[in-house]
Design a protein around this ligand. Structure first.
Ligand code: 5RP
Length: 236
């Protein structure tokens, strides 16, 4: 399944492979989005097809739903599942309190809904994503297209009163057009450098009209499985 992998892909793969230990027969499993999560979906598919593991997967994006079906995982919606036993997903940054920045792949809204509806959220990453303070990775904020430029200006104004290093927001693009999420929204990436109070930032952003959700996952993740380029895995 892996062939010749770069150290970073190997780190992602070994974390993903270890994370399927959290999955048991009969579970409803939240399936994250991104390259690390894609490894995990493939590992689960192998267990389903070769070992007869019985699970139902709740994908967090159309991309993940397609991959899950392709590798033989039964796919159900969150409304069919109602509640999820374990969600396994990637992240863009994590800190010592297991708080995260997510949404680099643009799926943060479904990812947060699914993770919040789960008994356990397991995050899989390569070691390079561990930070002391969140914010070096641009914080994705999903906004509705209506009036997005006004929403962007309001966010930039709001950032003046927050404990951050940078204050620029940029519209995520897909070639020459705005990137559009599975929900038909846009993403603003906030270049903050360092977020002093991530909890406050997450709450304040979501109070703004036009903001649908932000990529700060505070007190949601239970375990981070960290992979290294030499094949080692650590659990935090
Ligand atoms: C998608 C995400 C991804 O989990 C995050 O961007 C990490 O991606 P990758 O595993 O490809 O590094 O939040 O919205």
């Amino acid at each position: 399944m892996t062939g010749e992998l770069s150290p970073i892909d190997k780190a992602k793969f070994v974390a993903a492979k270890r994370s399927v230990d959290f999955v048991e027969d009969g579970m409803r499993v939240g399936l994250g989005t991104g390259s690390t999560a894609a490894w995990m979906v493939r590992c689960l598919g192998e267990l389903v097809c070769e070992d007869g593991l019985k699970i139902r997967g709740v994908p967090t994006s159309t991309r993940t739903a397609e991959l899950a079906r392709e590798v033989g995982i039964e796919v159900i919606s969150l409304d069919e599942a109602r509640w999820i036993d374990v969600t396994i997903d990637g992240a863009d940054e994590f800190d010592g309190n297991l708080n995260l920045i997510k949404g680099g792949g643009g799926a943060l809204l479904q990812e947060k809904i699914v993770a919040t509806a789960s008994d356990q959220m397991v995050v899989i990453t390569d070691a390079g994503k561990e930070v002391e303070k969140l914010g070096a990775f641009p914080l994705p904020v999903e906004v509705i297209p209506f009036g997005w430029q006004t929403t962007k200006s309001l966010i930039e104004e709001l950032l003046i009163s927050m404990d951050v290093l940078g204050r620029d927001a940029s519209l995520r693009m897909n070639g020459s057009r705005p990137f559009v999420t599975d929900e038909g929204n846009y993403i603003l990436d906030l270049h903050l450098g360092r977020i002093g109070d991530a909890h406050q930032m997450a709450m304040v952003l979501n109070q703004m009209p036009g903001v649908v959700e932000n990529g700060l996952f505070i007190d949601i993740c239970d375990v981070v499985v960290v992979g290294f380029g030499d094949g080692r895995v650590e659990t935090r």
